[in-house]
Design a binder for this molecule. Sequence first.
Ligand code: 6GU
Length: 243
Amino acid sequence: MKITVLTLFKEMYDGFLNSSIIKRIIDKQLVEINIVDIRDYSNDKHRHVDDTPYGGGAGMLMKVDVVHRALLDNKSDSSHILLTSPKAKPLVQKDLERLSKLDDIVIVCGHYEGIDYRIEKYCDEKVSIGDYVLTGGELASMVLIDGILRLLDEGISSASLLEESYNNGLLEYAQYTRPYEYEGDIVPEVLANGNHKEIKRFNLKSSLKETLTYRPDLLENRELSEIEKELLLELQKEKENGN
Ligand code: 6GU
């Protein structure tokens, strides 16, 4: 896979691309990452990349001609072009799974108050990473790259298990490691001594409990299996009994 990022802030990627896990994936040659400075495509001597908006309004906009030149010089016919923008459907794990199967991705990082609207027609998809506003698309592009690279790293063999990596639409269960006791808090008995089947049931119940607490909306949009219904009833009873 090849990922090209068009940005005005190349230096923001230094630490990210040289961090241990990301660096290891790049070193394994599972991906080639190119960071391109949009400013190199400015055509005036002051290297301007932005201008004031027509019709007035606050701030500056990135110029469509500069960004388009950068895009044309760095994309191929098979590139899937992403535009970072808070004005898009927020990214979910399924999007990362889909994007991780592509060969060539170009990410255009928006900045300042935005980009001239006309750039959208040269892009295939807009991505937001959540319902809040950042100063630019760089962090969003790193979120995308991080989420995609860890899927490549897990390998194709586990691709079919990808749905499980978000635990079947549930939040991950509570996990423990040594010490067995910490400040009076002990690891649940079943995890220390239980059999495989009991542990599986216990972990599923823990997943359901976490989801019910932090993301009940995930349960509303999901079919429940018989065992899950049974465990949810148990959780409900435990709640009524105050534990
Ligand atoms: Cl992709 N860009 C900006 N500027 N803000 C965001 C975002 C992207 N996603 C969420 N907020």
